[in-house]
Write a protein of this length. Structure first.
Length: 227
């Protein structure tokens, strides 16, 4: 007998599962969209994968508290070399999606709607003390045969949906920080909070809040948005 942790938007549920019970949902199957290998401190952050959500198997076959319909094989496998950072796994889609993760310790985690106004009906999980190893990830939908486009994001920062940037009405609402980055004033935004044509490639987490002039100018010109 092993204990399985299932995380939902409402908290963490603890339930027992019996080793060896077979499910139609099979974490050992080859992932549909491939395997991602990431080490702690990876860049760019978030790592983004475009895919199609949904399937014909009930997510409850993986764990009774999981919702939606998923494929039998994982959508994505993640091999993660952990450090002291949290691991966020979340989804962006115009459809109402769900998320199922089988972690490196053999625990099932489930999410429906992440507890954030910015998330809308998007699911997300934050693993605060992730182990190194293999993570199997599924994105589900609420209708069998519904196969909407979705984006899976893997991050060591808290989940940040692009739609949340619409709540920023002006540059005055953003905390820009200072210009102490070694890359400050080079015409690119080196702050990893931002994305868009004006963002530098391979931004480093240490430059967060430290490239104020570049990021403010590019944000005001429409070449950046907050992640």
């Amino acid at each position: 007998m092993k204990w399985t942790v299932c995380q939902t938007a409402l908290g963490v549920l603890l339930s027992a599962s019996v080793t060896g019970i077979a499910h139609a949902v099979d974490w050992s199957e080859e992932p549909t969209y491939g395997t991602v290998n990431l080490d702690v401190g990876f860049l760019p952050d978030p790592y983004v994968i475009s895919l199609t959500a949904g399937g014909s198997d009930s997510a409850s076959e993986a764990h009774s508290s999981c919702s939606g319909y998923i494929s039998d094989a994982p959508d994505v496998d993640l091999n993660y070399d952990a450090g002291n950072e949290s691991l966020s796994i979340y989804v962006e889609s115009d459809a109402d999606t769900t998320l199922v993760v089988y972690d490196a310790d053999g625990n099932w985690h489930c999410s429906d709607d992440y507890a954030s106004d910015a998330a809308g009906t998007n699911p997300g999980l934050v693993l605060t003390n992730p182990s190194s190893g293999n993570y199997n990830i599924w994105i589900g939908t609420y209708e069998v045969g519904e196969l909407p486009s979705a984006v899976l994001k893997i991050s060591e920062l808290p989940p940040a949906w692009e739609s949340s940037s619409s709540s920023v009405s002006s540059a005055d609402d953003i905390e820009w920080g200072d210009n102490t980055s070694e890359w400050a004033n080079d015409g690119e935004c080196d702050d990893p909070r931002f994305a868009g044509p004006g963002a530098a490639a391979g931004n480093n987490a240490s430059d967060r809040y430290h490239d104020a002039n570049d990021c403010r100018m590019l944000y005001q010109s429409g070449e950046l948005y907050l992640r």
